[in-house]
Design a binder for this molecule. Structure first.
Ligand SMILES: Cc1cc2nc3c(=O)[nH]c(=O)nc-3n(C[C@H](O)[C@H](O)[C@H](O)COP(=O)(O)OP(=O)(O)OC[C@H]3O[C@@H](n4cnc5c(N)ncnc54)[C@H](O)[C@@H]3O)c2cc1C
Length: 387
């Protein structure tokens, strides 16, 4: 593994992977994107195709059914998918980095053997249950409770905005819950594995969202949900800290997805600027349009360099928290800014839902909110600087 990943000279195996996913995105994903977006339907066939390509197993070892790749490989796949369809990209991101990764990072051998082969195959999905009605940015405000009764965790509470939590192939939700009080008086938060077939677990009706319409998002209810004591994931009382570690990595993945969205907007705009004519010449012949597109490309490029840098640090075992937050911050803003500019370049057509730039316009806003809002990234960067 090279310590430094350059946007201009990726090793062959990464380039090959990116090309394979790019072809899949163009040939399999793009033709059905508008339809799933309009009908708010989960793209099962596309997810099945990604599963067959091994994308859900990309960063996991072969002994757990994975592809033996690394987190950067996942990021490259997310970037390629994000250019075309953010709903599909977030389904993969949440399935791998939020769903399977906590089991891989914090599970014991038995838990890994039970869950990872299903999850890395992509034939089953796991969801990440952290956010609650009263605990988003301040996720430590968790109220969901898990009480140990006769060798079982009895879970009661609610989670909200949980991705991939209600599909036909969702088999597992990892949830944070208050399991007691620490010596310092603070909440003891632990993580527990909850198979979705457990009585008392309900994925409530899906949200009606502004974007990411083909991504599956539900509020979850836990009413006297009983699971074995052995379903504790990682150390008791480390649940919150472990989930924060997962989010640090996840920010690099969300940055990669965002770069894809930002680049998708550039690609669409370049094509349209050459093709659309006004005042007797292509609109791209106007410097105002040319400069807008150049600035969009600069945003996508610098955001890409930021996520490559964070990924390179992570893969070489160095601290990467600040760089991951910077990457997430600049990439999500690049996506939103580029989506706004691309929509402007498309004029009235850019406001029509069937056009990819319109979808990016609606989809990109959540990139500045999910897995830590822009303000949370700024707080984390400032904290790393000791401010
Ligand atoms: C489509 C979608 C999918 C999601 N998927 C998942 C998932 O799979 N799993 C999961 O656990 N969660 C998920 N989330 C939740 C997401 O991570 C939260 O919405 C996000 O962290 C923000 O939390 P909140 O919505 O409660 O906003 P709040 O925390 O209430 O924030 C409201 C506003 O206040 C700002 N703010 C808060 N505190 C401060 C502060 N100290 N200083 C300055 N500004 C501040 C925020 O930045 C924001 O602008 C998803 C959300 C959406 C919309």
């Amino acid at each position: 593994m090279t310590e430094y990943l350059s946007t201009g000279s990726l090793p062959d195996e990464y380039q090959q992977l990116a090309k394979t996913v790019r072809d899949f995105a163009q040939n399999v994903v793009a033709p059905v994107s508008a339809e799933h977006d309009a009908n708010h339907t989960f793209p099962y066939a596309v997810v099945d195709g990604m599963a067959d390509m091994g994308l859900f197993g990309l960063p996991f070892p072969e002994e757990y059914g994975g592809m033996g790749g690394d987190y950067f490989a996942l990021c490259l796949a997310l970037e390629e998918l994000g250019k075309v369809d953010q709903s599909v990209a977030i389904t993969l991101e949440a399935g791998v980095s939020l769903g399977a990764m906590p089991v891989y990072r914090f599970g014991n051998e038995e838990q890994k053997q039970e869950w990872l082969p299903q999850l890395t195959s992509g034939k089953a999905l796991a969801a990440f249950g952290l956010t609650e009605p009263g605990a988003g940015s301040d996720a430590g405000g968790t109220r969901t409770k898990a009480e140990l009764v006769d060798g079982e965790w009895v879970i009661n509470g609610n989670k909200q905005f949980i991705t991939n939590s209600g599909t036909d192939i969702t088999k597992l939700v990892t949830v944070t819950a208050v399991t007691g009080t620490k010596e310092n008086g603070r909440k003891e938060i632990s993580t527990i594995l909850v198979p979705t077939s457990t009585p008392g677990f309900t994925a409530e009706p899906a949200y009606d969202k502004v974007g990411w319409n083909a991504s599956d998002t539900h509020p979850l209810t836990f009413q006297d949900v009983r699971v074995p004591e052995a379903n504790l994931l990682g150390e008791r009382g480390r649940g919150y800290a472990n989930f924060l570690r997962i989010l640090d990595e996840g920010r690099i993945a969300i940055a990669a997805l965002s770069v894809g969205a930002a680049q998708g907007c550039v690609d669409e705009s370049v094509r349209y600027a050459k093709e659309r004519e006004a005042f007797g010449r292509p609109i791209g012949a106007n410097q105002a349009i040319e400069f807008k597109i150049a600035r969009m490309e600069a945003r996508a490029h610098t955001a890409r360099a930021a996520y490559y840098d964070a990924a390179a640090l992570m893969l070489s075992g160095k601290p990467f928290k600040k760089q991951a937050s910077i990457a997430k911050l600049v990439a999500s803003e690049a996506a939103m800014d580029n989506a706004r500019d691309a929509t402007q370049i498309f004029g009235g057509y850019g406001f029509m839902n069937e056009y990819p730039v319109a979808r990016h316009y609606r989809d990109s806003k959540i990139l500045e909110i999910g897995e830590g809002t822009t303000e949370v990234q700024l707080m984390l960067i400032a904290r790393e600087l000791g401010v």
